[in-house]
Ligand binder design. Structure first.
Ligand SMILES: Cc1ncc(C[n+]2csc(CCOP(=O)(O)OP(=O)(O)O)c2C)c(N)n1
Ligand SMILES: [Mg+2]
Length: 651
């Protein structure tokens, strides 16, 4: 209340309304060590209703995490550790970034899935080195969001028994009393998903909350939903229960009235010693972790190899030799010279890398055969096979992506998930959250252009590649053959600080000849694929399935005595990070005659071709027809690219 007032912005209502619940959960139930927020076997806590951030910050401060009173005073200020919505920072106990309502629930489902998979893989009889729960708070908003259906339905089917969600059932959202727009029977809804539901718990009665949490933690393999009836802004005598408590400072008069009502006589940001002592959980947390360390040492002595692998995975290090093996694989693909669809090459790379990467967990949103996401070493993860490494996410692109974020945030995994590129925007905000949190999630997006053919414009991405490229801290790769695909997968797996989108074809593509140096240059995002001996007169830049077409055009022009260079540019984001000398070496300023070729909107390419350049792209929707006919009709042919080259050469 005081921090929101000081910031003159924020959301006091949910923190005040959920304070009684939080007190019981954080002080009595949650297994955590404020002195070591990164202890692997801590319970995970997700504040899905992220607007209640001040509740989380208060809990972290009071229980002894490195978050000071000054940090609380600096709520919502530039550079503070207490931004408007919680931003993932495991040094201070914030497990995931929340605020976009509903996604926190998806993250929590991913964390619970990750915990169960690790426990099933590494625990041994008498050695429960992975044994924690995932708790999430959510509000009406989270449960109105469609994604809550996706992930709750999935969690029910997966029987994620160590997931406990606490619903802040206060009947209020921003527009007022929710009854007019949210009249679900939430308890029945979650029962229908196969959850263990504890309905109508008084969220201001510590005994009732305690009993509900005890029942939830004792549950029988079903995830639990505790529906807590609360009053938003609890304690503010004139404003509690009203929507005005949601997102406005309480106001000086009402704050004074609240102090009087609660019998709180101290000024803002003053915490009496006895209360501080009662909340300080450092000693308790250290004891809990110490006990766990004892178990860990016994485990490591009994199972040294398992312990080493688990420790490596939790540290985020890839196995020794991964890079070496992956480079050798790309070299082998160069020699093989197979002309496959890049989605098939992607599956080949997964088959190659999977067996040596215990952390590689993946799946698809019900497009497994199309996405090529299943590997030779895949074992389908089910409640009966919880140590599996392949997840059927069902037709839930957004849910899948938020779950992948949760798996990545939990630690111990390199997660990937597939769908058609055109449905990436069903999931888009979760991709954005991967980027914002710098989570190394790999998105496998197949059927990447009108080249998918007969399924027609609903399924043919046009603007998607461009729109993914502009998400900050996100790498998009659109490889042109098996060699570029192998490299793209390697760098995606190596990239543990942001998402990678692999954009792959449905249809077969040509194999490109390369020297060893060219194979090595792929990882720079853009490189000279075909050169012309002397200084080029023109440069063609192409990606993915259009590289083969552009190569034909460039070869034809050079055979006629022109000097045209072909640059393959599988990842513009990666190319942009190269030093100027490298970029100039590939795309010298002196060569202004340029053509770009990509079966997507032309927008991203102006920066590379300049206003006098030409772009062979597609700025309108496609049509249902065989891919060959569409490519012909819309100008993705060597002949048409050749004409564009002639045009730029003619100035
Ligand atoms: C995806 C998304 N849409 C909209 C918002 C804006 N928003 C923030 S809180 C909120 C209402 C939430 O209601 P509820 O969860 O009941 O929170 P309470 O008012 O009870 O704290 C809305 C619409 C958001 N944060 N995320
Ligand atoms: Mg509400």
């Amino acid at each position: 209340m005081d921090a929101v007032q000081k910031a003159k912005s924020g959301h006091p209502g949910a923190p005040m309304g959920m304070a009684d619940i939080a007190e019981v959960l954080w002080r009595d139930v949650l297994k955590h060590n404020p002195s070591n927020p990164n202890w692997w076997d801590r319970d995970r806590f997700v504040l899905s209703n992220g607007h209640a951030s001040m509740l989380l910050y208060s809990l972290l401060h009071l229980t002894g995490y490195p978050l000071s009173l000054d940090d609380l005073r600096n709520f919502r200020q530039f550079g503070s550790k207490t931004p408007g919505h919680p931003e993932r920072d495991t040094r201070i106990g914030i497990e995931t970034t929340t605020g976009p309502l509903g996604q926190g629930l998806g993250n929590a489902v991913g964390m619970a899935l990750a915990e169960r998979a690790l426990a099933a893989t590494y625990n041994r009889p008498g050695h429960l080195v992975i044994d924690h729960r995932t708790y999430a708070f959510c509000g009406d908003g989270c449960l109105m969001e469609g994604i809550s259906h996706e992930v709750a339905s999935f969690a029910g089917a997966q029987r994620l028994g160590k997931l406990i969600v606490i619903y802040d059932d206060n009947g209020i959202s921003i527009d007022g009393k929710v009854r007019g727009w949210f009249a679900d029977d939430t308890a029945m809804r979650f029962e229908a998903y196969g959850w263990h539901v504890l309905p109508r718990v008084d969220g201001h009665d510590s005994g009732a909350i305690s009993a509900a949490l005890a029942a939830a933690t004792a549950a029988d393999g079903r995830p639990s939903l505790i529906c807590c009836q609360t009053v938003i802004g609890w304690g503010a005598p004139n404003k509690q229960g009203s929507a005005s408590m949601h997102g406005e400072p309480v106001g000086a008069d009402e704050i004074a009235a609240t102090r009087a009502n609660l019998g709180w006589t101290l000024p803002p940001f003053e915490i009496p010693d006895d209360i501080r002592a009662a909340w300080d959980l450092r000693a308790k947390g250290e004891r809990a972790e110490r006990q766990w360390r004892g178990q860990w040492e016994a485990y490591a002595a009994a199972y040294p190899e398992l312990a080493a692998e688990l420790a490596r995975r939790m540290s985020g290090e890839l196995p020794d030799g991964f890079a070496r093996g992956a480079h050798a694989y790309a070299a082998r693909m160069q020699v093989d010279g197979a002309a496959l669809a890049t989605r098939q090459s992607s599956q080949g790379a997964l088959n190659e890398f999977g067996p040596g990467l215990a952390e590689l967990i993946g799946g698809s949103a019900d497009l497994t055969p199309s996405n090529g996401t299943l590997r030779k070493d895949s074992v389908v993860l089910t409640p009966d096979r919880p140590a599996g490494n392949y997840v059927h996410f069902g037709v839930r692109e957004f849910g899948m992506s938020a779950i992948l974020n949760g798996i990545a945030a939990h630690g111990g995994f390199v997660p990937y998930g597939g769908t058609f590129l055109t449905f990436s925007d069903y999931a888009r905000n979760a991709v954005r959250m991967s980027a914002l949190m710098r989570l190394g999630v790999v998105y496998v997006y197949t059927h990447d252009s009108i080249g998918l053919g007969e399924d027609g414009p609903t399924h043919q991405p046009i603007e998607h590649i461009a729109s993914l490229r502009i998400i900050p801290q996100t790498d998009v790769w659109r490889p042109c053959d098996a060699v570029e695909t192998a490299t793209a997968w390697r760098v995606a797996i190596e990239n543990r600080s942001g998402p990678t989108c692999l954009v792959l074809t449905r249809q077969a593509v040509a194999h490109q000849a390369r020297s060893a140096a060219q194979v090595a240059a792929i990882a720079r995002g853009g490189y000279v694929l075909i050169d012309c001996g002397a200084a080029p007169e023109a440069i063609v830049i192409a990606t993915g399935s259009e590289v083969g077409i552009a190569a034909e055009a460039v070869r034809a022009a050079n055979a006629r005595g022109r000097r045209v260079r072909l640059v393959s540019m599988p990842s513009t984001n990666t190319f942009e990070r190269q030093d100027d000398a490298y970029k100039q070496g590939v795309l010298p300023d002196a060569v202004a005659a340029r053509v770009a070729v990509e079966a997507g909107v032309r927008e991203p390419w102006w920066r590379y071709v300049g206003i006098k350049g030409r772009i062979v792209g597609i700025d309108h929707f496609g049509e249902s027809a065989p891919a060959k006919d569409l490519f012909q009709h819309y100008g993705f042919t060597a002949e048409h690219v050749g004409k564009a080259v002639d045009a730029v050469l003619a100035g």
